[in-house]
Every structure is written in structure tokens, then in C-alpha cells.
Ligand binder design. Structure first.
Ligand SMILES: Nc1nc2c(c(=O)[nH]1)N[C@H]1C(S)=C(S)[C@@H](COP(=O)(O)OP(=O)(O)OC[C@H]3O[C@@H](n4cnc5c(N)ncnc54)[C@H](O)[C@@H]3O)O[C@H]1N2
Ligand code: MOO
Length: 390
């Protein structure tokens, strides 16, 4: 058995980073920027008014000064002439500031009569001019890799980048295995249960940038598993669920080996998730997850999500941890690193009593996994513990 950290190193070594594809800006949010992109224009492209008011020259600016209005500048429509002494141009937010003007007096600070304005006292003293290029200049970068958020999409649009180079989404074939499984909505026989973690994993991986595909349930025969591997062979990542342990009907390792899988490791010193395996099979990476519903989901968070991120070109690193305060005492841990289901609030961390890896309701009530190192001693209320948010 290897450690979680060694297993992650093996997994990252199996990853092939996916090539870039160009997508329309409208669907770029949430995707990973694959190449640094640069602004194709300067913003604002001209000195622009930040307020509605009057563009004047500061020389001679004082309370009671009067100015003659010689024209208008609106957003999208500049005033072509020059603003001289004692002259003003009616201006609106976003309009180019006319030549000769160096200040916008907001309309609340003037009295207007016909084509003449008179400056009031207690005026706002700012110039209200946005300098050309103060947001960004031609050639300014957005550095790859990064996950594009809605603000990035707005910035890309302003930079006039209509198609964005993003990492292709990894296609992930998920193969549930087991004679006992039926799909949600079907009527299970007396000894059957509903396949659940395949759906949970598909949701988890989709939320993290993958393109998952749920394959039909493979039965506990090497022939059925071989068929499933064949259906999955075009995927970037093949994930099997169940059949990974040591029982007579746990045939995933055998079927994968028959299909040509080069195994990188089998079994990790963690709880839950011990019978994890990984390797490469054909052109795909393969991860064999344990079947227990919580084990599969925990391995999804601890291993598969970091693998997906690495495939997308993001840094190859473990799930992000943070340190929180325990609000109650807990017993010593055993010989395997334990990812315990818990709930964290502003008051601190509560670890749930029941940690059986079959309990999906406990997992659904959890918002974090609390990490206990192997052989960790008893912990007291007030101690700090690392968690992964889920
Ligand atoms: N003698 C030993 N027995 C077991 C060991 C061991 O070391 N020695 N390890 C245990 C651990 S730890 C785990 S985890 C399980 C994992 O076994 P498998 O990966 O072979 O999983 P299965 O036996 O196929 O299934 C386990 C359990 O999970 C249910 N299951 C499977 N797939 C799904 C699914 N898609 N949706 C919902 N539930 C699923 C299945 O019905 C079983 O109840 O092995 C222990 N045994
Ligand atoms: O490792 Mo198993 O995943 O404990 O339940």
C-alpha cells in the first residue's frame, strides 16, 4: 500500500494535458484558459467623461465664472471642435473629452440659462476624466492557465477577443460495475440496489470541468467488463466503480490487465478508498475506484478532481486544504489516513459519529472531509485539523 501523497504523484505522472480548442466568448466561463491572450485594443481608447456635465478648461475656473455652450459630446458621438476659454461643451458619461477641455463640471454644480452656464460654489473638485488606456492597453495579457470567471469574460469582451483558447474538456467514461446494480428509476430485484455513486461522480466531475459519460452497468464477468472497456476506449479518462477489492467477484483489475492496462499502483493507505488502482489503458488514463458509495465519492474529491484539473493544464496539486478548529474531542486514528465526513461552520468543525463508507446520507450532510494522518493521536476540542471542503 502506498500513501495518498505517493498515489497523487503517480496519478499526475499518468496525466496527459489536453490540447486547446477555441470557443466563443459566450461559452468561455468556467473553462480553463489554455494560452495567454492579449488585448487587441486600448480601453478606454480616448480620454472619456466619467459624468454628465460640461467639459471646460480649468484656467479661470472659479465660482461665478460663466461659459458659453458651443456644442455637445455624447457616448459614441464626439465634439469635433476645440474648447476655448469661457467655452463649454455639454458632455455625457462615456463621451470623448473634446480638445482643449481638461475638466468635467458635473451638471449639479452649474446654473444653466439658455446657452450659458455659471459655476456654483462648493463644487466637486475632481476632473471626472478617465485617461485613455487606464483600464488596459493593447497587448496587456490575461495569463494562462486560469479558470475563466464572469469578470474575465467581461474583460475578454472589452479586449475584443471573441474566441478564446481553452483546454478541451476531458472526456470521462464512468463504468459502474456489479450484478447488484440497477439504474435509478428501474425496479430493483430483491437482492439489488440502485447505482448511485456513478451519478454523484458524474456531477462532481462535470462541476470541475470534465465532460463525463455514464456507461451502462457492467456485470461481474470479465466479458462484460471487457465490453465496457471497449465502449470507453475513446475517453481521456476511464473510471470504473466497484469490483476493485479482493473478493471472488472483484474482476476489474483482471479485466483491465487483459485489456492491456499498465498498472501504476493498487491500494492506498487511506480510509475510505483503500482498493484504489490506476494506470493507462490504450490512449486513456484509468482510475479504478472502490464501490462503496462514500469511498468512490471521497476518492473523486481527493484524486479524480485534481487529475481533471491537471488534464486541463492547471497546476498538478492536491485538493486545497484549510485548517479549522475542532469543537469536540475525537479518538486516535488507525494506520490509514482517514478522510472523515464532517461539518464546518464559523464555530468550528464537527466530525460525524458514523463514518461507515456506505452511508450516503452522512456524506450528503457533510460539507467537508477532515483529514486525520495515519496513527494520529487523540485530538481535543480546540485542536486544529486540516479539511477539504466538499
Ligand atoms: N476481505 C476484504 N474485503 C474487503 C476489503 C479488504 O481489504 N479485504 N476492502 C473493503 C473496502 S475498504 C472496500 S472500499 C470495498 C470495496 O470493494 P469493491 O471496490 O470491490 O466494491 P464492490 O465490492 O463492488 O462494492 C462495494 C459496495 O459498494 C456497492 N456499490 C458498488 N458500486 C456501486 C454503485 N455504482 N452505486 C452504489 N453502490 C455501489 C456494492 O453494492 C457494495 O455494497 O471492499 C471491502 N471488502
Ligand atoms: O476503503 Mo473502503 O473505501 O474503507 O470503504
Amino acid at each position: 500500500m502506498i500513501s495518498v501523497s505517493d498515489a497523487l504523484d503517480h496519478l499526475f505522472a499518468l496525466v496527459r494535458v489536453l490540447p486547446a480548442e477555441h470557443v466563443p466568448l459566450r461559452v468561455a466561463a468556467g473553462r480553463v484558459l489554455a494560452e495567454t491572450v492579449r488585448a487587441t485594443r486600448t480601453q478606454p481608447p480616448f480620454a472619456a467623461s466619467a459624468m454628465d456635465g460640461y467639459a471646460i478648461n480649468r484656467a479661470g475656473l472659479r465660482t461665478g465664472a460663466t461659459y458659453r455652450i458651443i456644442g455637445e459630446a455624447a457616448a459614441g458621438h464626439r465634439f469635433a471642435g476645440n474648447v476655448g476659454n469661457a467655452e463649454a461643451v455639454r458632455i455625457f458619461t462615456g463621451a470623448p473629452v473634446p480638445d482643449g477641455a481638461d475638466c468635467i463640471v458635473i451638471q449639479e454644480d452649474v446654473d444653466r440659462e439658455g446657452d450659458t452656464i455659471t459655476l456654483r460654489d462648493n463644487r466637486d473638485s475632481k476632473s471626472h476624466i478617465r485617461a485613455a488606456g487606464q483600464d488596459f492597453q493593447v497587448g496587456d495579457p490575461i495569463e494562462a492557465p486560469c479558470i475563466l470567471n464572469p469578470s474575465d469574460v467581461a474583460l475578454l469582451a472589452a479586449m475584443n477577443v471573441p474566441r478564446v483558447p481553452v483546454a478541451r474538456k476531458p472526456s470521462v467514461a464512468i463504468i459502474p460495475t456489479g450484478d447488484e446494480l440497477v439504474q435509478p428509476g428501474e425496479t430493483p430485484g430483491p437482492d439489488q440496489i440502485i447505482a448511485s455513486n456513478s451519478y454523484g461522480l458524474a456531477a462532481l466531475l462535470e462541476a470541475n470541468g470534465a465532460n463525463p459519460r455514464l456507461l451502462p452497468i457492467a456485470r461481474d464477468t470479465t466479458a462484460s467488463l471487457a465490453l465496457a472497456f471497449n465502449l470507453a476506449k475513446d475517453a481521456d479518462l476511464i473510471i470504473t466503480i466497484g469490483g476493485a477489492s479482493v473478493g471472488d467477484h472483484d474482476l476489474v483489475g483482471e479485466a483491465a490487465a487483459q485489456g492491456g492496462m499498465q498498472q501504476a499502483f493498487y491500494k492506498v493507505a487511506m480510509r475510505p478508498g483503500k482498493p484504489l488502482m490506476a494506470g493507462r489503458i490504450g490512449s486513456a488514463m484509468m482510475v479504478g475506484l472502490p464501490g462503496n458509495p462514500v469511498s468512490a465519492m471521497v476518492c473523486g474529491h481527493v484524486f479524480v478532481v485534481p487529475v481533471i484539473r491537471a488534464m486541463l493544464g492547471l497546476p498538478a496539486q492536491p485538493a486545497q486544504r484549510k485548517s479549522v478548529t475542532l469543537v469536540h474531542d475525537i479518538d486516535a486514528n488507525g494506520p490509514r489516513e482517514h478522510y472523515m465526513r464532517g461539518h464546518v461552520t464559523a464555530e468550528g468543525l464537527t466530525i460525524f459519529e458514523r463514518q461507515d463508507s456506505a452511508l450516503l446520507r452522512v456524506l450528503a450532510n457533510a460539507n467537508c472531509l477532515a483529514i486525520r494522518p495515519a496513527h494520529d493521536g487523540p485530538r481535543m476540542q480546540g485542536d486544529m485539523l486540516d479539511i477539504i471542503m466538499i
